[in-house]
Design a binder for this molecule. Sequence first.
Ligand SMILES: Cc1cc2nc3c(=O)[nH]c(=O)nc-3n(C[C@H](O)[C@H](O)[C@H](O)COP(=O)(O)OP(=O)(O)OC[C@H]3O[C@@H](n4cnc5c(N)ncnc54)[C@H](O)[C@@H]3O)c2cc1C
Length: 439
Amino acid sequence: MKPSVITAVVKHDLCTGCGTCVSLCPRNAISLEKNDQRGIYLPTVEHIKCNNCGICYNCCPGHSVNYAYLNEFSFGAIPSHPLLGNVRDCCVAYAINQERRYNSSSGGIITEILIYALEEGLIDGALVTRMNCNKPLEPEPFIAKTREEILEAAGSKYCPVPTNVAIKYILENEGKYAVVGLPCHIQGIRKAEAMNKKLQHRIVLHLGLFCAGTKTFLATELLLHKMNINPLTVTKIEYRGRGWPGSMSISTSVNDAAIIIPLSDYYSPYFSSFTPWRCILCIDHTAELADISCGDAWLKEITEDDNLGSSIVLPRSIIGKDIIDDMTKKSLIRIKEISTVDVVRSQGGIERKRRHVIRVNLSKLLGKSTPKYLICNDLPKPSKIDWVLDLFILCPRTVLAANRQTIQLLNIFLSIIKYVGKFIRKIKISAYSLCDVTR
Ligand SMILES: Cc1cc2nc3c(=O)[nH]c(=O)nc-3n(C[C@H](O)[C@H](O)[C@H](O)COP(=O)(O)OP(=O)(O)OC[C@H]3O[C@@H](n4cnc5c(N)ncnc54)[C@H](O)[C@@H]3O)c2cc1C
């Protein structure tokens, strides 16, 4: 790939839509636009303004991430664990404040850390994401400066989020900031910090979310379609919250009460298919470059008696560890240590770092480019089962869900199967009732 501007990354289908290039461009030549066909955000360049300086390309996590360099840069050490990166501790934790815990995704740890950091004077603001009140189905990254604004942003957003477009605010305004993002957002921010001292000094805390891949806007659109909800009537959508494992809440202008769908009902393999192709090629499930990473505690022994939620928490840096220790001491959070084996066991997605070679091969087969990752540890080879699962189930499903036309075809196909099924059932029922009559 010719290192020039961000258009090369988009052309090769490697853009994560993180928004770092938009903020870093010194000429404001880049903007992110929603691609309705694919349901993702992609950058476009105003070529009149662009002077090919290459900054957008160099800060982009889409085409490459040098983990060896960025681990040294962020933590002064190469990763201590081949699958998890640098970790100082592993624990399961939750916020003592029950309301905040209930309204967050898992343990409310991210929200609680941000409120702590703000109130202790560690930060002046935090880059977080809420849903846009004017466009309720789209996210809005912004700098939260009050406890209320941090609370407003709680909960995972299962749609594309261009978090790093708000880095521009941090570049333009003095202060100390925390950032919250998915692994790709944190990668973009660390790459940008390595190029820009101002950013490096202003961002004092990086909070990363575990991520098995975000979902395209088509996932939500199809869910609304299946539920006979007109997207234009939606006034508010929340993907998580309401205890563990939580639910989606959809408010519309035509219903008085919000429609609640449990996570287990909507987060189906069908919903998961709408993972952007670039996410399939990502190896960073646990946000390895964050100071503290958090994920859902998918451990049976933790979740079976838990209806409020707990998070897996991985402090990676000195500041990350100090914050978790101090919050525990001040009884803001409760923690329980677990092993790295438990962390890996809790998340199927962590293993995809090991399976990366399969996806690289599939990409080559499809004639697609792959991101370059420079990692420091040797990883065990994928098994035959991994090859079968990835090559014949996961990847084709994602390729099928990649754009509107293929989904429409898939829907027609599913509708035909549904109607044929109904028809066969009807024939069977009438045959039974005929038997009853003859008896
Ligand atoms: C797309 C996506 C995929 C995920 N995949 C996994 C997974 O595979 N396994 C797993 O264990 N956990 C996953 N998580 C993380 C999990 O859902 C929780 O976010 C995490 O456990 C933290 O919970 P919490 O209660 O501490 O966070 P909360 O206190 O609820 O705070 C969440 C914070 O994250 C920010 N945020 C929410 N969504 C986004 C987004 N899309 N982009 C950037 N910032 C955002 C919010 O602004 C808020 O500040 C995923 C999250 C997302 C958004």
